[in-house]
Design a protein around this ligand. Structure first.
Ligand SMILES: Cc1cc2nc3c(=O)[nH]c(=O)nc-3n(C[C@H](O)[C@H](O)[C@H](O)COP(=O)(O)O)c2cc1C
Length: 371
């Protein structure tokens, strides 16, 4: 029996298996609004048989976008556009969908990766003035962000709340708050980006304060039976930066406030990061969080092989594996994993005839008619 294909309960949400499609920015929206690309891209991922899909970093305000073409959930137009895509997904896929709510902080106002990813100055077309915990740029020579004052903090927290309310109206099954990869909430956590002298800077408790306030506000704004969790970078990979001890403390604090899981990733806050890359390189961090905080964890990062994923779950390193690039490269990854591991997976009826002869039991919908 495959452990990877066992169901997983996250709060009130049941995943059919433990394969999660990691959030992946598409830099293809118009003023935050999803379009036909999202229909195609999310459409084929929704047919993959994964247990959960997490939508790309979705900005809670225009200035919270990484690039001018980021997905957003800050206007009625954005809400309608995403609603159109979700209706199509739901008509043809049983897969639950979570949204990753995000604010890029000082890493906002940047070009898409295929345009080089550089920061766009505030006075250049498509650019805007960025905001952050402190007036410190991400990289030397970049625009200095505005340090958020009390009113700014309240505004950002309220933007998260309004986006969560939109997510609730859209029937999204879960919210992942983006607290990782050097974006705004991570900037508060890391001493490399946060030099505040008020109650939001200095001690660990102070640096955790704003991310926790945002979590509490989002949790309160979203239906209680639908889970909310956070994606956290477990280390900055820079001496003196945010680390696993802080990650564990934050995870425990979030657990006490109703957090359903932690999606454990690393890095992103400093160009000085020295990442020790390798297959499953972030899995040990997920294990530490799971053990110390007692929360379900999702492990991510260079998980590419079905047997590798199976082992991560079977060993108890994490409760789910989250795949990004492997899912783009092979959107039927969960089908192929199920075939290799002797498990079953949901597939649309239009594709049932593709089931290979040697994997007679692969598509459980073929036996049950529907899920
Ligand atoms: C195209 C692309 C877009 C990404 N966008 C996001 C994002 O929106 N939010 C996020 O937290 N991580 C994002 N990531 C990081 C992935 O979610 C994941 O953590 C990382 O790619 C490592 O997993 P992998 O080895 O399975 O690709 C992105 C990665 C890729 C390749």
């Amino acid at each position: 029996m495959s452990r990877l294909f066992e169901p997983l309960q996250l709060g009130g949400l049941r995943l059919a298996n433990r394969i999660v499609i990691a959030p992946m920015c598409q830099y293809s929206a118009e003023d935050g609004a999803a379009g036909d690309w999202h229909m195609i891209h999310l459409g084929h991922l929704a047919l993959s048989g994964a247990g959960l899909m997490i939508l790309e970093a979705t900005a809670v305000s225009p200035e919270g976008r990484i690039s001018p073409a980021d997905l957003g959930l800050y206007s009625d137009t954005d809400e309608e556009a995403l609603g159109r895509v979700l209706r199509a997904l739901r008509a043809h896929s049983p897969m639950p969908v979570a949204v990753q709510l995000s604010h890029a902080g000082r890493k906002a106002s940047s070009r898409a990766p295929w345009e080089g990813g550089a920061q766009i100055p505030p006075d250049a077309p498509g650019g805007w003035k960025t905001e952050a915990p402190s007036a410190l740029p991400h990289s030397p020579g970049e625009e200095v962000p505005v340090a958020l004052d009390r009113a700014g903090l309240d505004r950002v927290r309220d933007d998260f709340v309004r986006a969560a309310e939109r997510a609730a109206r859209l029937g999204l099954e879960a919210i992942e708050i983006h607290g990782a990869h050097g974006y705004l909430l991570h900037q508060f956590l890391s001493p490399l980006a946060n030099e505040r002298t008020d109650e939001y800077g200095g001690s660990l408790e102070n640096r955790m304060r704003f991310p926790i306030e945002v979590f509490e506000a989002v949790r309160a704004a979203f239906p209680a039976e639908r889970p909310v969790w956070m994606r956290i970078s477990a280390t900055d990979w820079v001496p003196g930066g945010w680390d696993i001890e802080g990650t564990i403390a934050l995870s425990q604090a979030l657990k006490a406030r109703g957090c359903a899981a932690i999606h454990v990733t690393t890095g992103g806050v400093s160009p000085r990061q020295a990442i020790a890359l390798g297959p499953g390189y972030q899995v040990p961090f997920a294990r530490q969080v799971k053990e110390a905080a007692g929360l379900p964890t999702m492990a991510v990062g260079l998980i590419t092989e079905p047997e590798q994923a199976e082992e991560i779950i079977a060993r108890g390193d994490a409760d789910a594996v989250s795949l990004a690039r492997a899912m783009l490269y092979d959107p039927r990854w969960p089908w192929h994993a199920a075939a290799r591991l002797g498990a079953t997976v949901s597939a649309p009826k239009q594709y049932w005839r593709s089931q290979p002869r040697e994997y007679k039991e692969l598509f459980d919908s073929a036996r049950h008619g529907q899920r």
